[in-house]
Design a protein around this ligand. Structure first.
Ligand code: BG6
Ligand code: MG
Length: 218
């Protein structure tokens, strides 16, 4: 593991701070069924961390459909309308355990905090969860042109925070995000099942174990 001074912590949103994958799944499945094929939860795993349009391409590959650019745009828009309906009812109860407390702990130690998400719905989600103020900087899918595994979202977050890439640590649940962090020259903590996210420097199952180490602000 590379020794580094963590001056900034950069958090992915979906799957790290909140489990939105279940809502993406409902919306993609609804689209697949409308198009005449099924879409399983295992298929949905392939979409984690992946941009909306790339997710649609994967879905269409699974269904064996060849679709024009214009139809793809319309399908992605329809899926997003359903997804937005689902997430509009979210409440702070859906925050993943310990995430906000751990962010507050880091901030109390002077570490800068950014959100770096592929989602174009990040501001709605932050609003519903009432956690916008937890971040010094928010970079989402509306602000970058290249999706993870391209490092753009992370390098932009570091630049906005004014912290060198090498002093940033990324928290990620998706392979594409881990790759993006590594390509940005940042440290990476995987959040997920041990055995997955093999390229991350360490993998944690969630934030609660970190809090039980007495790392809560006093
Ligand atoms: C990522 C999710 O954070 O955002 C992906 O892990 C999703 O599953 C991507 O496709 C884009 O999200 P949105 O909200 O812009 O469709
Ligand atoms: Mg994620």
């Amino acid at each position: 593991m590379t020794a580094r001074t963590m001056r900034a912590a950069i958090f992915d949103l979906d799957g790290v701070i909140v489990d939105t994958a279940k809502y993406h799944y409902l919306a993609w499945k609804r689209l697949a069924l409308e198009l005449g094929f099924d879409f399983s939860e295992a298929d949905n795993e392939r979409l984690k961390g992946v941009s909306r349009m790339r997710s649609l391409e994967i879905l269409l590959e699974i269904g064996g459909l060849d679709v024009s650019e214009a139809d793809r745009e319309a399908m992605a828009a329809r899926k997003n309308e359903w997804y937005v309906q689902y997430i509009s009812d979210m409440t702070p109860d859906e925050l993943l355990p310990g995430a906000v407390e751990y962010i507050a702990f880091l901030r109390s130690k002077g570490i800068k905090i950014a959100l770096a998400s592929a989602s174009k719905n990040a501001s709605l989600i932050l609003d519903r969860l009432q956690i916008g103020a937890a971040f010094d900087v928010v970079v989402d899918g509306t602000k970058v042109s290249k999706a993870k595994p391209d490092p753009e979202v992370f390098t932009r977050a570091a630049a906005d925070l004014g912290v060198p890439n090498a002093d940033c640590v990324v928290f990620e649940d998706a392979e594409a995000g881990v790759e993006a962090a590594i390509r940005a020259g940042m440290g990476c903590v995987g959040v997920g099942k041990p055995g997955n996210l093999r390229d991350a420097e360490i993998v944690i199952t969630g934030f609660e174990p970190l809090l039980t180490l007495n790392m809560v602000p006093r």
